[in-house]
Ligand binder design. Structure first.
Ligand SMILES: [Zn+2]
Length: 317
């Protein structure tokens, strides 16, 4: 692992609750350690140091280990994971659910966000199935990658002993919740989860743990695809990264003689058109649901961002 200068990283000021956060810029400012910086900030604000009875160096090492376990993919890398961590935190602290969350729920979702794509191979579940990849044989056809990510996350948690000062019951509760949240990030499950989330709209009870679980799942789903909901100049950078990864996968599919998935063909895909479709069919429904349940200025502002970005992409089609 690289030696990291925790003092200089900690000195960089960040507004971790701000939705218009630029993790790509933070990646440059921290020499590739945005997750360490965001992690230190959230741990300080949430007093997780006391909860886990650990210090700043242990936490910096924990997040640096997670960063180092991500591969250098164009999109599914440690910067994306750090961004999801910041995004989920921002969504929760700016929603009415915030004051109902227990410290262990907050801790679990932060770790789940940090690890949700850990060791991502830059391909998707459809590719793994088409190729009959060994990951499929190991983890099954359903949510193959997400189960793989959880297995690696668990290893890092165990090896870094980050939860060792919690009692057995709490530590099991945290890892079980991390598993549920990582599995919820399977894009194939977004609409099922969003429908489940919307069911609590009428009689939402934030003292009810099953309602809280649905809220947390929706929060991580939103955060995972929040790149396009950020300010346009940030959103376009995430978009470029996503499409470069898709196109490389398309090249690989071609090379292996597999069917090239619709979004992966660099010769036919119009990126701006693709973004319009992605916003309308994937990103907007999950944030719309969030806004329907929590309806506040913060959540409606995100929908405005999405509409604005979509209009700009349409102009370029
Ligand atoms: Zn992700």
């Amino acid at each position: 692992m690289d030696v990291i200068n925790i003092t200089s990283i900690s000195d960089i000021e960040i507004q971790v609750a701000d939705f218009n956060f630029d993790t790509i810029k933070l990646n440059r400012l921290t020499d590739g350690h945005p997750m360490v910086r965001i992690g230190i900030e959230i741990f300080k604000l949430e007093q997780f140091y006391t909860l886990l009875d650990c210090d700043k160096i242990e936490i910096a090492n924990f997040f640096a280990t997670i960063e180092a376990t991500y591969l250098e993919q164009h999109f599914h890398n440690a910067t994306h994971a750090a961004d999801v961590m910041q995004s989920v935190y921002s969504l929760l602290v700016n929603s009415p659910v915030n004051k109902h969350l227990e410290p262990l729920d907050r801790l679990s979702i932060v770790i789940a966000a940090a690890t949700h794509d850990i060791a991502h191979p830059g391909v998707n579940n459809t590719f793994l199935a088409n190729k009959n990849d060994e990951l499929l044989q190991k983890f099954g056809k359903e949510s193959t990658l997400e189960k793989f990510h959880f297995s690696i996350a668990l290893k890092v948690i165990e090896e870094t002993r980050i939860l060792e000062n919690l009692n057995q019951y709490d530590s099991s509760r945290v890892t079980a919740l991390i598993k549920e949240l990582i599995l919820a990030t399977d894009p194939g499950k977004h609409s099922i989860n969003t429908n489940e989330f919307l069911k609590i709209k009428e009689d939402i009870n934030l003292e009810n743990s099953s309602h809280i679980l649905r809220v947390l799942k929706q929060a991580i789903i939103c955060a995972d695809i929040s790149g396009q909901a950020r300010k346009l100049e940030i959103a376009t950078q995430w978009g470029e990264r996503v499409y470069e990864e898709f196109f490389r996968l398309g090249d690989l599919e071609m090379e292996l003689g597999l069917e090239v998935q619709k979004l992966n063909d660099r010769n036919t895909v119009d990126v701006n058109k693709g973004q319009v479709g992605f916003i309308n069919f994937c990103v907007k429904p999950v944030f719309k649901a969030w806004n329907e349940v929590f309806r506040n200025e913060f959540s409606s502002k995100i929908l405005e961002n999405l509409d604005f970005n979509c209009q700009q992409y349409k102009k370029l089609c």
